[in-house]
Design a protein around this ligand. Structure first.
Ligand SMILES: CN1CCCC[C@@H]1Cn1ccc2ccc(-c3n[nH]c(N)c3C#N)cc21
Length: 236
């Protein structure tokens, strides 16, 4: 999968050189390209923002630098493999977006080419979403009901959630099956050695070697935790 990111803070994405994402990039499973939006601003001061038309606090990101950056990426996008969508999907993190879920991560993991447009300030001029929404596929996506200062942290979260689902990225694909949200439930509690720690014992069933009983216990724990913490996940 090719992933392009447009941002005024490229350094945020150094985090994706670490751990599993870094290994996936080294192995060519993910082709991550980070673009500094300021390099698409043609004035002497590389201006990317201006005052909001109609008044109001803060600044809004100008449309033209975004168009320069996105047009460059789209022009460079190669055709997809058979069955993949030709057009890259452009994702703009936004508190006004559809909420990102594990189901969306699975859906986006089948894309050949994703582009993440990281806004800052009060956001990006609406006409960028309109322009690229008419020309191709655009989704505004939120990672949750709280306010961040920009789209970079949200993009990193989504890139990790999507990237880890790609074949070969996570060592044992079985570990992807019993995770929170993967089966619609929160995951069961985990334990390791020692069997007793500060007077707290690991549940006996986990020491029994009875895998049917262990699986049944773990499923019940997932159900109980989901009922207690996220009953909304059990609504049909
Ligand atoms: C604070 N400032 C004025 C109010 C509106 C937002 C703005 C900051 N900001 C600018 C671009 C941008 C993109 C995403 C997010 C964001 N916040 N919360 C989420 N779940 C997000 C996502 N995904 C925030 C952003």
């Amino acid at each position: 999968m090719r992933i392009d990111v447009v941002t005024i803070f490229p350094g945020y994405f150094d985090a994706l050189e670490l751990s599993l994402m870094g290994k996936a990039r080294d192995r060519g499973l993910i082709d991550l390209r980070v673009h500094d939006l300021r390099e698409s601003a043609n004035d002497k001061h590389r201006t990317v923002d201006d005052t909001p038309t109609g008044g109001g606090a803060g600044m809004v990101m100008k449309p033209e630098p975004w168009a320069q950056a996105l047009d460059g990426i789209l022009a460079d996008s190669v055709g997809a493999e058979p069955g993949e969508s030709d057009e890259p999907l452009i994702i703009f993190p936004s508190p006004a977006g559809e909420v990102f879920t594990q189901a969306m991560a699975r859906e986006l993991a089948s894309e050949a080419h994703l582009v993440f447009g990281c806004g800052r300030y009060e956001g990006i001029d609406q006409r960028v979403f309109d322009e690229y929404g008419e020309r191709g596929r655009v989704r505004l996506v939120s990672i949750g009901d709280y306010v961040l200062n920009g789209g970079e942290v949200a993009s990193i979260a989504m890139i990790e959630a999507i990237g880890r689902l790609l074949p070969g990225v996570v060592g044992n694909p079985d570990s992807l099956v019993e995770e929170s949200h993967e089966d619609g439930l929160l995951e069961y509690p985990s334990y390791t050695k020692p069997a007793e720690w500060r007077g707290r014992r690991v549940p006996d069933v986990l020491l029994s070697g009875n895998h049917a009983a262990i699986n049944a216990w773990r499923h019940e724990q997932s159900l109980e935790r989901t009922r207690r913490v996220r009953p909304d996940l059990l609504d049909d």
